[in-house]
Design a protein around this ligand. Structure first.
Ligand code: SAM
Length: 267
């Protein structure tokens, strides 16, 4: 009988006498149905180049690599990378990069080629990774990421909902963002303390919300949400708005991205 993903993971940890490192967010995916969902959400094809963030023991890596042309596995933990190298040796289309994802350039890794990004993310650095993906010069065609459920809900939240805030606007300013599916704690080994979700981001090739100055736009959004309960007229006072295209008696969570863009462009 073929061993399950959970058995393979346990066996690898035992064989190499390794304990998952909590501080590096090491929660290994052991639910094959979730792996299938990730692969299908990334719409992988035989010509694809994929960068995987946090390849861990390489169990997801193996499934991804079978479906594509080339995979670049980035992992900060050298021991895990060495284990995965041994396990994945029969697969010739994988390159291993033992680096901190926050310290390398995705564009340089991809060498100018189109690429997709997949990652069961280390949750302690979810926001900086998403920022890196969306603000980078060469963005991926698609990014399929596993995040904490609450973070996923903030990423996809629209105006007028309780989870809507500056991180929702940041993500949706740069990409079409969709919640693919929820993932329970029992899909990981060891169980994380929080539930998870798979999110799909498709960065816009041309700006969906044209703004004159991106910095001004995000400064305005941050200032508005810093005092969530206050009216815009209060929180945006330092911007000296004289002729706002949006009623400043409103609270920030009711204001759409288009409207924030209109305010920023009126400055
Ligand atoms: N992909 C594996 C899986 O699904 O079973 C592991 C996912 S685990 C949630 C996150 C992985 O990211 C861990 O292997 C961890 O060592 C790695 N990691 C943590 N911080 C990292 C960083 N700054 N750069 C690259 N990898 C990192």
């Amino acid at each position: 009988m073929t061993p399950t993903l959970a058995e393979v993971t346990r066996q690898l940890l035992m064989t190499y006498n390794r304990f998952p490192r909590k501080r590096l967010g090491q929660h290994f995916l052991i639910d094959p149905q979730v792996v299938v969902r990730i692969i299908s959400a990334a719409e992988l094809g035989p010509d694809d180049l994929v960068i995987e963030i946090g390849s861990g023991l390489g169990t997801v890596t193996a499934e991804l690599a079978k479906n594509i042309h080339h995979l670049i596995a980035v992992e900060i933990d050298q021991e895990l990378m060495n284990i995965s190298k041994k396990v994945l040796e029969p697969l010739p289309n994988i390159s291993f990069v033992n680096q901190d994802i926050l310290k390398i350039s995705l564009a340089e890794l991809a060498l100018g080629r189109h690429y997709k990004l997949v990652g069961n993310l280390p949750y302690y650095i979810t926001s900086p990774i998403i920022e890196k993906i969306l603000e980078g010069e060469e963005k991926p065609e698609t990014a399929v990421v596993m995040t904490q459920k609450e973070v996923a809900e903030r990423m996809v939240a629209g105006a007028g909902t309780k989870n809507y805030g500056s991180f929702s606007i940041f993500c949706q300013f740069y990409a079409e963002v969709k919640l693919n599916s929820l993932v329970s704690k029992s899909s990981f080994l060891p169980w994380p303390e929080v539930s998870s979700a798979v999110v799909v981001l498709k960065p816009y090739k041309t700006a969906k919300y044209p703004v004159k100055d991106i910095k001004v736009f995000f400064d305005l959004v941050h200032a508005a949400f810093q005092q969530r309960r206050k009216k815009l007229s209060n929180s945006l006072k330092p911007f000296g708005l004289t002729n706002s295209p949006v009623d400043l008696n409103r609270r920030p969570e009711t204001v759409s991205i288009e409207e924030f863009a209109a305010i920023a462009n009126s400055l």
